[in-house]
Write a protein of this length. Structure first.
Length: 263
């Protein structure tokens, strides 16, 4: 197995890379590695033993990682792309994981600039994960196995739950004859402000302590989407807690959110 130094990694230094799993992740990773000059076999079908490879990447569903790893003879580095799985399913291989923090829509996905969670069962395996991320232009950061579930839950909250919230907003807006597209600039600006300022990005009636407006909003939700009233109440409670945190943060000298809104 090659020793891979993230500071000097080149595509050719990986040797032969075998990719097992002919789905979107496997195809996009194979294309991206070939584009930077790596010698790639695959994507191979599930059940392939990836003989004679120096590094094996398992682009298979989480539940199939252990079975796929068991088919690989000892010797090469073996890695997976799962965000939720630890390195345990890859034992006894010298193992690593690399999870691009993105959605992969097709085989032409670009990994350039994408943050990627990495882990390794040995220092060499961790170096291999970092080197692979670096050669693809990703920005690797380490997440230990013990923190894997919390990390993946955070990713789900940041991405999946955001869509759930926008679905709620879309359905409520539809009762007023308003299309979801009009909210897109607001959502984008909110995300950009949160990226820049964290909790200080919170604006709106709860942050201002405008309980009368919140009460009117709640009444509208209960009237038009009664099945979502409990969700609205839970969000109000959580946002009030966040507003209190924001207030104490600003009181300690942090800057308030830029662009305070009147809505």
């Amino acid at each position: 197995m090659p020793d891979l130094d993230p500071d000097h990694a080149r595509a050719g230094s990986f040797g032969v890379i075998a990719i097992v799993g002919d789905g979107r992740v496997g195809r996009s990773m194979a294309a991206a590695l070939r584009a930077v000059g790596a010698e790639v076999r695959g994507p191979l079908g599930r059940g392939d033993t990836a003989d004679d490879a120096d590094l094996v990447l398992l682009a298979v569903p989480d539940a199939e990682i252990a079975a796929a790893a068991a088919l690989v003879a000892p010797g090469p580095f073996v890695g997976h792309f799962s965000g939720a799985s630890t390195l345990e399913p890859l034992a006894p291989h010298e193992a690593f994981s690399i999870h691009p923090l993105m959605t992969v829509a097709g085989a032409d996905a670009s990994f350039d600039g994408v943050p990627a969670a990495v882990a390794g069962s040995t220092p060499r395996a961790l170096a291999a994960a970092r080197a692979l991320a670096d050669v693809l232009g990703m920005a690797p950061f380490e997440v230990a196995d013990a923190d894997r579930a919390a990390y993946h839950a955070a990713a789900s909250i940041a991405s999946n739950f955001l869509v759930t919230l926008e679905w709620f907003a879309e359905d409520l807006a539809a009762t007023a004859g308003v299309r979801r597209e009009v909210f897109a600039p607001l959502v984008r600006a909110t995300v950009e402000n949160w990226q820049a300022d964290g909790v200080a990005a919170l604006t709106g009636p709860i942050a201002r302590g405008d309980d009368e407006t919140v009460a009117r909003q709640r009444a509208a939700v209960r009237e038009r989407l009664p099945e979502r009233a409990q969700l609205f109440d839970a969000l109000v409670a959580a946002t009030r807690e966040l507003a209190a945190t924001r207030t104490s943060t600003v009181a300690r000298g942090s800057s308030p959110a830029v662009g305070e809104t009147s809505w």
